[in-house]
Design a protein around this ligand. Sequence first.
Ligand SMILES: Nc1ncnc2c1ncn2[C@@H]1O[C@H](COP(=O)(O)OP(=O)(O)OP(=O)(O)O)[C@@H](O)[C@H]1O
Length: 786
Amino acid sequence: MSEEWNDQEWQEEKQRVDDVVHEIKKKITSLQSKAKDLKEDVIDIRRDFWEDVTVNIEEMDDKIETEASIKQQAEFLSERERSHGQVSEKLDILRRLEDKPYFGRIDFKEENGSEELPIYIGLASVLDEDEDNFLVYDWRAPISSMYYDYPPGPASYDTVQGNISGEITLKRQYMIQFGELKGMFDTGLTIGDHLLQSVLGNQASTKMKSIVSTIQREQNQIIRNERAKVLIVQGVAGSGKTSAALQRVAYLLYRYRETLTSEQIVLFSPNPLFNSYVATVLPELGEDNMQQMTFYQYLHRQLDDSFQLETPFEQMEYYLNKQGNDYEARVESMHYKASLDYKALIDHYLEHLSTRGIVFRNITFRGQVIIPKQMIEKYFYQTEGRLPIADRLEKVSNWILLQLKRLEKVEREKDWVLEESELLEKADYVDVHHMLQEENQFSEDTFDDYDREEELLRKKVVAWRLRPLRKKVKQLAFVDPLRTFRQLFSSDQWITDGSLILPEQWKEICYTTEEHLKQKYLTWEDAPAFIYFEKNLLGFDAQRTIQHLFIDEAQDYTPFQFVLMKQMFPVSSMTLLGDINQAIYAHALRDETLLSEKWQERHERIVLTRSYRSTAPIVEFTKSFMPNGDLIEPFEREGDTPIVMEVEQHDMLDQKIVEQIELYEQNGHETIALIGKTLEECQTVYDRLKHRVTVELMTQEAHIFNKGIVVIPAYLAKGIEFDAVIILDASDHNFQDELERNLFYTACTRAMHDLALFSIGKPTHFLQDIPKQQYRHYKVHQISQK
Ligand SMILES: Nc1ncnc2c1ncn2[C@@H]1O[C@H](COP(=O)(O)OP(=O)(O)OP(=O)(O)O)[C@@H](O)[C@H]1O
């Protein structure tokens, strides 16, 4: 830090803050009165709505005039409501700026320019009274990018007119609170470390914070990237991937504000808890939240309610518990079904189906088969074979609808129709009377009213009964995708391509998959495959309105899932953020994750190596047991080295854990996580501790993250952070293989300030080769007799 400013400068800066705050207050007052007027307008229009429209429906002309008048009044109302909404949003932002109008400044001298201009940077732009000059620039404005990208010296930024270069002669950061300047410092670095130090030194919050004032240069590359159709971010634990992703959403919404709305952006998050954890960041930045969901929620929506869908966490529990006779085959199945080899197999099967094999359903009406499935099959396979299956099914659908039309005429004459007419609603009878009256008005024909009424009633009854059937036919419900999919596993006659790859235990896999499918149970690995199959068989209803897709924890998605996503969101740009060291799902052991370059054709890649979340001693500790840990750089923040507490017996464990919790509480930690490997483990510890400390058990159903002490399985703690973390059982038998290493790393890296690991007997061998000074190792032989 170089404090090159003098007292006069300090006074000037102080005065400027006061002036800007004063201007903001004036704007707030004026907007408040505008908001009040608009609100009154809205109330008045709503109250007098029907008085202000001319309602007359006697004559056709009057009817049209009435409609126009209602429409005009409704448009007027919604325009006022919209304006009121916009003014309220502006007011919200100004109220935030009133507290902290800006956080940074650069003085920039354009090349060939005569003077240097001070650029003050804040959460949003503020203009002076005449609306001529910027008192504050929005952090997302093109010129503000230099604040994040350059130290003092040569700098440039892009505008729509081209690149503008020049020199930054000053770079300053401000600490402003409650509208008052508390401190400032000039910096030679991109963003001064001391400011970051103070932000990161705070206690963890149950809500993620926005990082606008301390965005780091490499994070800015993610936030402002506009070129890449697929942007891959590989970032170590705590490097700010999620933070950067959310600021990127805010940036895109600002940059494309004329064309992009928050509904056109989707974020897939790792668990429901995470949804609530990040929910406040965008509103804090003055933007609406994007659509946010887990991939499980998304897949669930694609299936009808009769399916039972395994959650990824249930799959994970199964994998980690290592039990069951068919365990080996199921794990093999998880690997295979994650891969593109499996996709190739399904594609081959779909090709086969274009010549034979689709399972159809009978069309039945009132319990009778009216079009047998064999007939539908015959019709289908007579349609042009080179057309896509979905197009051919469309033809079949039209053909069936035609048959239904014929049937309708025949059915009208049958006895059941009159009987069922008694079930019609009163409104239907009134309708029929109206129709008759209208006919009488316009027709000269004489006919028996009673007969005509019966005829119309018959027509109505049959149309009414056929309506759901027609709807189903349009939805192609005459195809049975599940049975068709099941056939894939019941025979291999259709496999005619020798280059297709099958797993060793394919027969066992086929057997269990079929059993599951029979019960309409979809395992987590089967769900994307079935949905992919069904969509490609019946035709895709792709989500073309979605412009940007963000996938957090991208390493946990399988290549197969990604292919499905690409099909479902065909026009979307994608930002994939993840960390290979935190790959905790079975497929990641053998297959490429989404972050690997191997199978991503065109993409841009950004690597983040600096970890901001944890203190330096925690980062040093966690990086030392990861194979590629030397690439991880800690951010210099002091703290204690982690504790490894080895207890001899089980009954000592609880006491030691409780003591550790108390110690952390005394240190002021407000969020403390007791992290276990599986839910089963967490449940046991929770049952033992719940009478001794106030503690909450987090399961996959948890949607809200509160302050206090939680017991949570590692896979649910993904993406989240805590003041202190206690690893419940870091024993060697509990953390063995490579996937468990990643799980262990994920769990330990949730800690911001303090980390303690407990083990019964020898701690995990992952700690064997790491330098002893990186942690404090205690062995407890018996509970001290104090
Ligand atoms: N530039 C920054 N300024 C201030 N805080 C930052 C910055 N970058 C990251 N952080 C903080 O570091 C912590 C970790 O950030 P974040 O959760 O975004 O990382 P991540 O890479 O998604 O982590 P993980 O993969 O471990 O879940 C958060 O508390 C975040 O606020």
